[in-house]
Ligand binder design. Structure first.
Ligand SMILES: NC(=O)c1ccc[n+]([C@@H]2O[C@H](COP(=O)([O-])OP(=O)(O)OC[C@H]3O[C@@H](n4cnc5c(N)ncnc54)[C@H](OP(=O)(O)O)[C@@H]3O)[C@@H](O)[C@H]2O)c1
Length: 192
């Protein structure tokens, strides 16, 4: 079934200085203690309803390995029963039937396999895969959750971008936790 209305969203949380993890992959800095009096609260019912609008997730193998590690430590699986497509050239453990591995041409995979089958496609990391999606012009939208912390070095949100990507800001939300959520449309104009 063709789905011309499909939408590819790149989303991650990052430090104010643009890192999604420390160089060794740790995300311990994500637990921040800031309070912003004028901010919104995340309503759990809203979050639950919102997550239902996502049709599938795409991630790189290192993000998948982090997710498996989190699950093994008792923090659960963040992607519910939605299909999760893991990009990898390796033979990784498959712990649930909703996980599918893919290797090969990313543009072909997104445009010919995912877009016809899913409306809302979320690319949830890491920096290598998100950078690749933007570099190849595959993303329609970027959602960037900025956490109130600077960590100095680490893995960048958009790895290996070799060109400028023009964006149009469509939403800014500040939360009581001090997190700022930015939502941009990718305009598609190639700047250089
Ligand atoms: N802050 C956040 O919101 C957030 C979100 C997600 C992840 N993270 C963190 O980010 C770190 C992982 O990010 P990362 O940038 O190192 O790795 P990544 O993007 O998760 O995974 C990259 C790997 O995916 C595989 N791959 C297959 N096809 C690919 C393609 N077309 N483009 C790119 N990669 C492809 C390759 O591994 P193979 O060798 O398997 O082929 C590649 O090394 C973890 O520490 C994770 O915790 C943070």
């Amino acid at each position: 079934m063709a789905n011309s209305d499909s939408r590819v969203t790149v989303h991650m949380a990052a430090s104010l200085d643009g890192f999604i993890a420390r160089s060794d992959g740790r995300v311990d800095w994500m637990e921040t203690s800031d309070e912003f009096a004028g901010g919104d609260t995340m309503d759990p019912a809203f979050v639950e309803a919102f997550l239902k609008t996502i049709d599938c997730y795409v991630m790189g193998s290192r993000t998948y390995e982090t997710a498996l590690d989190f699950e093994a430590k008792g923090f659960g699986w963040s992607y519910g029963d939605k299909p999760v497509f893991v990009l990898t050239s390796r033979d990784l453990p498959r712990t649930r039937t909703t996980v599918e591995f893919h290797s090969g041409d990313l543009a072909q995979f997104v445009n010919e396999r995912l877009r016809p089958a899913f409306g809302s496609i979320w690319v949830v990391g890491g920096g290598a895969v998100c950078g690749e999606c933007l570099r190849l012009g595959l993303a329609d939208e970027v959602r960037y959750s900025i956490l109130p912390v600077l960590i100095g070095s680490g893995i960048r949100f958009f790895g290996n971008l070799d060109r400028d990507v023009a964006l149009h800001l469509v939403e800014v939300k500040a939360y009581k936790s001090g997190m700022v959520g930015l939502r941009y449309e990718v305009t598609g104009r190639q700047l250089r």
